[in-house]
Write a protein that binds this ligand. Structure first.
Ligand code: ATP
Length: 498
């Protein structure tokens, strides 16, 4: 499958038009970086979660699932390091009132003209800075300038920085650390109640339940615990649609291993997780790439980490992290809770604190990836031999919100009744169906193509005699006549061989 170049605007508009994703609280003007999934979006999202769960938990003997609460004891986040270390460095612009991530700002700096500002810009949007250079720095051209990350600019030059949305230099504040966790209170009276956090990741519920799960299931190390659930981060830079939201879902798995096996299992999970995207979700291999974390950028406890990145319209970005976390988390919880978090090997009788390999993927980012990877515009001959552009979402049938569209050729009862029966049978066989009677068959195909339905079935007048229907395939537009009693079997085979 060839990747089509798609813009984020095209995806956003298709999502709204067809009911995949809406802005949260839209009628009140929206709430920043929060999104609501409509009927098709929730199906896509649910299918992505089901694929992950089936692949990571149900298909494996060595992984079990759990579902932890969102609110946890506040000490959990002290032990995990989130209270002291889950920060983003931020700068405010006193003029525009906009807020930026310090580490995501760059500047154009002229090598000799100290009378000129340092033109700051967001890494994905240099245009306003380039326009200012053209207007304000006559006699220079963009090629004269070097680009520096703002954190590398020496302190004495900071006052010369012209913010991305400012008209005068010197309006950016010094960076401040900003904790990304949302706080709330449990208990009736706010002042006396204790502060709790909305969890910023699902992983900690797995760590604190390690002993509960291990003892109740009698799983032996190495084994994993997996969880899908909501996480919350008070993100500051939140563009790019659902890519970076304040409320999102994660699919995480912590794999507990003997202390000397971390390299082996890290490699194992990297391979398993990369192949999952191509084989289960049908994402083209060339749109996926590993981005290893450089050793000097690793979290202090991590031995190795790498991100699976996908080529989004805004560039290569992370969809999943695979981390070799050592025994940091279990040891920290043992220290802070005073409880033993070790595991005793029943064969050797030796007790130890297992090390952990983590796989941590985002549901919403997977949804956005699936939409971007599937989007295609196809030119074809329409009604009256006019050239028309057809929008198609080429979803893998595993994740398509609807897997089969069923169309009676006419609204006559003699066709409606048997085609409804066929739809009910397909539904009972596990297909996600949509019954459509309005408009020409061509229009109905287009409507299904646009939401990624891989198969459409037309029940026509001949069907009454030959007891067969036409199956039309979304990507090839090929049409096959198939006996009514073999439709389910034929479709199942197609999905299996996809
Ligand atoms: P980033 O560097 O993009 O902020 P991260 O390294 O902080 O991501 P992790 O803490 O490793 O992300 O979280 C694991 C996964 O959770 C990410 O790969 C991503 O898919 C998802 N995720 C994290 N933050 C968000 C968010 N604000 N919105 C949507 N998904 C997110």
């Amino acid at each position: 499958m060839e990747a089509t170049k798609v813009t984020l605007d095209q995806i956003v508009s298709l999502c709204k038009r067809r009911g995949f994703i809406f802005q949260s609280s839209e009628i009140y003007g929206g709430l920043g970086a929060c999104w609501d999934y409509g009927p098709l979006g929730v199906e896509l999202k649910q299918n992505i979660k089901t694929c992950w769960w089936d692949f990571m938990v149900r298909a494996r003997e060595d992984v079990v699932g759990m579902d932890g609460s969102i609110l946890m004891h506040p000490e959990v986040w002290v032990a995990s390091g989130h209270v002291s270390g889950f920060h983003d460095p931020l700068v405010d612009c006193k003029e525009s009132k906009n807020r930026y991530r310090f580490d995501q700002l760059l500047v154009y700096r002229h090598p000799s003209r100290t009378d000129l500002p340092l033109f700051a810009f967001m890494e994905d949007n240099p245009d306003p800075a380039l326009a200012k250079i053209k207007k304000q720095a006559k006699g220079t051209s963009v090629e004269d300038y070097s680009v520096f990350p703002l954190p590398e600019i020496p302190e004495h030059e900071y006052a010369r920085v012209l913010g991305p949305d400012a008209s005068e230099p010197g309006t950016l504040t010094k960076p401040r650390q900003f904790n990304l966790m949302f706080k709330t209170h449990v208990g009736a009276v706010e002042e006396t109640a204790s502060v709790v956090y909305l969890r910023p990741e699902t992983a900690q519920a797995i760590f604190v339940n390690f002993r509960n799960v291990q003892q109740t299931t009698r799983m032996r190390v190495p084994f994993g615990i997996a969880q899908i659930g909501k996480a919350f981060r008070n993100e500051i830079v939140t563009k790019a649609f659902i890519f970076r939201s304040r409320e999102f879902e994660q699919m995480e798995m912590q794999y507990f291993i003997p202390r000397d096996e971390d390299d082996k299992w890290y490699e194992h999970w990297r391979e398993v997780r990369f192949n999952y995207y191509t084989e289960v979700l049908g994402i083209p291999k060339e749109s996926l790439r590993w981005l290893p974390h450089p050793p000097d950028k690793l979290a202090h406890y991590a031995k190795a980490a790498a991100d699976v990145t996908f080529l989004f319209p805004m560039g290569w970005q992370e969809i999943e992290g695979v981390h070799n976390r050592g025994d940091f988390d279990l040891s920290q919880h043992a220290k802070h809770s005073g409880k033993d978090m070790s595991y005793r090997d029943p064969e050797t009788n030796v007790s130890f604190v297992p090390k952990v390999i983590e796989t941590s993927a985002g549901v919403d980012r997977s949804v956005l990836m699936a939409l971007c990877a599937a989007y295609a515009e196809v030119e074809e001959e329409g009604e009256g031999h006019k050239r028309e552009t057809r929008t198609v979402l080429r979803f893998h049938p595993n994740i398509a919100p609807t897997s089969v569209g069923v169309f009676p050729l006419s609204k006559k009862n003699e066709l409606i009744e048997p085609s409804k029966r066929l739809e009910a049978e397909l539904r009972a066989d596990g297909f996600r169906t949509d019954f459509d009677v309005t408009g020409s068959i061509g229009k109905r195909y287009r409507r299904q193509d646009e939401v990624g339905t891989p198969f459409c079935i037309t029940f026509d007048f001949d069907s009454l005699n030959d007891q067969a229907v036409t199956i039309r395939h979304r990507d090839t537009m090929q049409q096959d006549r198939v006996a009514l009693d073999r439709v389910s079997e034929v479709l199942r085979k197609k999905v299996k061989e996809w």
